[in-house]
Design a protein around this ligand. Structure first.
Ligand SMILES: [Zn+2]
Ligand SMILES: [Zn+2]
Length: 384
């Protein structure tokens, strides 16, 4: 049909609003920041206020736009939603409908055609350039669960008005507090927007290019502690793309993930509930699968003939055993949850004992697995 080329052409139309806004604030920041710093010394109130705004904007994007709306990993009461919408709008990253729509496409088509910000077209495309062309119209089927939310409808319909209004209010408040109108504009608006934007954009660019893949190598997303700092907790992107339904990104207790603490804190205050977590056994299963792939490819490269073959068999056998035991443990917990506690006491007791035995077996096998990983990865290619 002759509509295809027209559609293709239309999808490459420049988005002049984005080009002018992003271009203008970068130019203004580059021009005004040296002038401001040469003529004035920014007060601590201005610097602290602007830093707090950066943190609030990033939290509203990561905990709100991303984990609440794009992935629905928990539910919130109105006051928490007002916070997410207000500071998310202040971040100037588009409406929640548009953001969630594009992000769902990103997860669905990651690294393939259809991913709006795929890194297959290079760093600058995923970091910035994709925003400078007009996006495809929002397909309602991708936001069917969001489109009846009245607050989100209003945010989307009058987005230009809201984004201007909240930024004017915040910059005016900074001016009234500090008495420094140029500082409020240069640091409180231009520099704050620059930091929030680039930190968010790193999730689309660097978090798909620079880091490790402990959970899955089936997509380009990586884990990187430095990016976790820069993006305020979104640096465990390999975990996120593997288990996108989890409200956490840094699943280990020591991993830096402020939105995880915020969401958990909101749940303790009764403002959030239904926090979705991936079953720890499923996470272990995925880790073993990712290790297995790595070990088999390492053994293939070694060219050690019989020895490599024997190790490959051991890797296959043990990884299959662990996956099988985890599947059995999962079946036991599913059965346990399905039974009525008053009517099936003895059966429940039996299931608890069975689960404990399976868990012990998994722990023992994982210990052997870690040893096997160390041995295989320390093997060197045969020298001539
Ligand atoms: Zn996501
Ligand atoms: Zn991603």
């Amino acid at each position: 049909m002759d509509t295809a080329p027209a559609e293709k052409k239309a999808s490459w139309r420049p988005d002049w609003v984005a080009i002018i806004f992003i271009g203008a604030y970068h130019v203004l920041l580059a021009a005004l920041l040296p002038v401001y710093l040469a003529t004035q010394r920014p007060g601590s109130g201005l610097l602290i206020g602007s830093l707090v705004l950066v943190v609030l904007c990033l939290l509203a994007i990561t905990a709100g736009y991303h984990r609440l709306y794009a992935h629905r990993t928990y539910r919130v009461k109105r006051p928490a939603e007002w916070f997410m919408v207000f500071f998310g709008t202040l971040a100037t990253e588009g409406s929640i409908f548009r953001w969630a729509h594009d992000h769902r496409l990103h997860h669905r088509h990651v690294d393939k055609a259809g991913d709006p910000y795929g890194t297959d077209k290079g760093f600058w495309h995923s970091h910035l350039l994709w925003m400078l062309k007009e996006g495809a119209p929002i397909d309602p089927k991708y936001i069917s669960d969001l489109k009846d939310n009245r607050m989100l409808q209003l945010q989307d319909r009058y987005y230009g008005l809201w984004v201007t209004l909240v930024n004017v209010i915040v910059v005016a408040a900074l001016f009234l507090i500090t008495g420094d109108w140029l500082g409020a504009f240069v640091i409180g608006f231009l520099a704050r927007t620059f930091v929030v934007h680039h930190c968010t954009w790193f999730i689309n660019s660097l978090a798909h290019m620079w880091g490790s893949k402990p959970y899955s190598s089936e997509h380009s997303a990586v884990n990187n502690f430095i990016l976790a700092i820069l993006t305020l907790g979104e640096g465990y992107h390999n975990y996120h793309h593997t288990f996108a339904g989890d409200y956490r990104n840094g699943v280990r207790w020591y991993q830096f993930d402020p939105p995880k603490y915020l969401i958990w804190g909101l749940s303790k205050l009764g403002l959030a509930w239904d926090l979705k977590r991936t079953d720890p056994l499923m996470i272990k299963k995925k880790l073993v699968q990712a290790d297995r792939k790595l070990l088999l490819s390492h053994l293939k490269d070694l060219d050690l003939h019989d020895q490599a073959h024997a190790f490959s068999e051991a890797v296959e056998k043990l990884s299959e055993k662990i996956s099988g035991t985890i599947a059995s443990a999962k079946a036991v917990t599913d059965k346990y949850r399905s039974l009525d506690r008053r009517q099936h006491r003895s059966e429940l007791k039996e299931l608890r004992m069975r689960f404990r035995a399976l868990k012990q077996e998994i722990q023992q096998d994982l210990k052997t697995w870690r040893h096997l990983c160390r041995v295989v990865l320390s093997m060197q290619p045969a020298t001539a």
